[in-house]
Design a protein around this ligand. Sequence first.
Ligand SMILES: *[C@@H]1O[C@H](CO)[C@@H](O)[C@H](O)[C@H]1NC(C)=O
Ligand SMILES: *[C@@H]1O[C@H](CO)[C@@H](O)[C@H](O)[C@H]1NC(C)=O
Length: 607
Amino acid sequence: MASWRCIFGLLLATCYSSVSGEPNPVWHWQCLQGTCQKQHYNETVSSSPLSLPTCRLSCSDAAGLWPKPTGDVSVSNIFQNVNFNSIDVVPKQSNSPSSKLVREAGKVFKEQIQATIPRRFNPKGGKSLLVDVDIKNPSFSRLTLDTDESYTLKLSETSDGRLNALISAQTFFGARHGLQTLNQLIVFDDLKGELLIPSEALITDKPAYPYRGIVLDTSRNYITIDAIKRTLAGMGASKLNTFHWHITDSHSFPYVSKSRPELSKYGAYSPSKVYTDEDIKQIIKYATVRGIRVLPEFDAPAHVGEGWQNTGFVTCLNWQPWQSYCVEPPCGQLDPTKDGVYDVLEDIYGDMIEQFQPDIFHMGGDEVNFHCWKSTPNIAEWMQRKGLNVSEEKDLVQLWRYFQDNALQRLDKKAKRNIPVVMWTSHLTDPEYLTNALPKDRYIIQIWTTGTDAQVGTLLENGYKVILSNYDALYFDCGFAGWVTSGNNWCSPYIGWQKVYSNTPEKIAGPTKKHLVLGEEAALWTEQADSASVDSRLWPRAAALAEAVWTSPANPSWEAAEQRFLAHRERLVELGIGADAIEPEWCLQHEENCRIGAKLNTDTKFN
Ligand SMILES: *[C@@H]1O[C@H](CO)[C@@H](O)[C@H](O)[C@H]1NC(C)=O
Ligand SMILES: *[C@@H]1O[C@H](CO)[C@@H](O)[C@H](O)[C@H]1NC(C)=O
């Protein structure tokens, strides 16, 4: 059943149809005391009902945008009906590497608008929207740590009644963020059955930090291509720009190396649980259109195992009791004394450099177990021959450095340049070894200690560039059952989004050292997650990280961000991402009423 209602403005009558069954809403939202409040709708008093998403555009902090822009936000409270079928995204520089990306990003833009329209609605009529995308450096199509990601978005009405959005940016990467912001300004109003957009807006924006990522482990459990794409879709919607792919580990080797295919043949969980060259191409394309770099990690010399069985280059593989040789089963470590191991590494690096064309490379380098190496007879003999003492930690560190220096040489040979390398904090980043083992002009250190660990200070005082993944705020695998013990897992409890939100670089590094922080990255180690649960582990918490590092408020207040955060979680769900629920929908609908110390009591206003 459809019924038609008309609203009479000054000059124009706008009509809309409602096919939802009940044409007359009894509730709507009004901006009162700076918040959207659910009010009884009486059509003799209010001419036009507003849905909550529409109300937010003119009432919420920063028009409800997530992450909150760092520049100016001015948005009109007059809304126009947009015709979904006449939205065009047009690159101004038509024959450049960027223009193809802009056209692809335009498709994503339209898909995201479509996703906001509930199935039973078919909005009709409305004005056309032309999105002009003006890129100053259109030849630039790869993200680096120096890429300018700023943009300006200007929305206006033309004299002949069409809507025009102008997105200006230095690079495609800024422009696609502008499109993403525009996406959030177009809402489906289910009280009107229309797609609405503010008639005017002016937004300037750029990220506070250049590196904003998620590290996903695809070895402990395999993650399907679809689940990886959902992850990338959520990242794009939240302006995260780095998908750090921890593609292999001891448990399985799903990466199909073109030059060493036997590694995945032996090491994948099954022939279907692999990432082929074609899969990787698809993922990189999907990511690039969303402004995301795909950063490959090949973790070594620890965190190897399955797949290496027949090479002769792995030791301690599945040794028991595993507690003596590694942090979790199955154990496995490369044998640095075997010359052939570096040939295999060179081949893997070469394959990855060719496929990913990365601007930075991750060599892993965490959790080397010295007891494993010194319990390997041929390693002990080799060390003796070199005058190293297997009982001395510093000599085992020498062995590790021998491995790292050789592995780095092979990487450089394949990259044909000194590509910046990321390594996890480890023994090598201890103060006594750090500056010799990992020179700061070569290595970026990814911190996974707690945010208050002494290593953080050591690294910053020595002038290292760092990426923060401090486990006490950014390990999203914490807080589930133990799997090698009873009780809860090692880094319990579960980390709430509020903690993620307030973990800003300035808070960890301090105001005088924050310039050394490239950004932050949330980690999902997948011992206890797979494609069925990856969405709810990551989202919406990774969006909290996104604002901590894009906006990076000086005094982060989750309370002030809560309503925008809840709104963004709804956007993620609309995109088909299984983002976890944070609180009852009642609290989404009754802003500011659920928190302890809430000041508003909208009950009285229903009378
Ligand atoms: C709507 O408001 C008018 C004017 O205040 C009032 O007379 C009428 O009773 C209200 N209708 C409802 C359903 O509350
Ligand atoms: C090796 O180091 C251990 C522990 O420090 C020491 O007791 C031992 O004498 C050393 N061995 C040699 C051959 O120096």
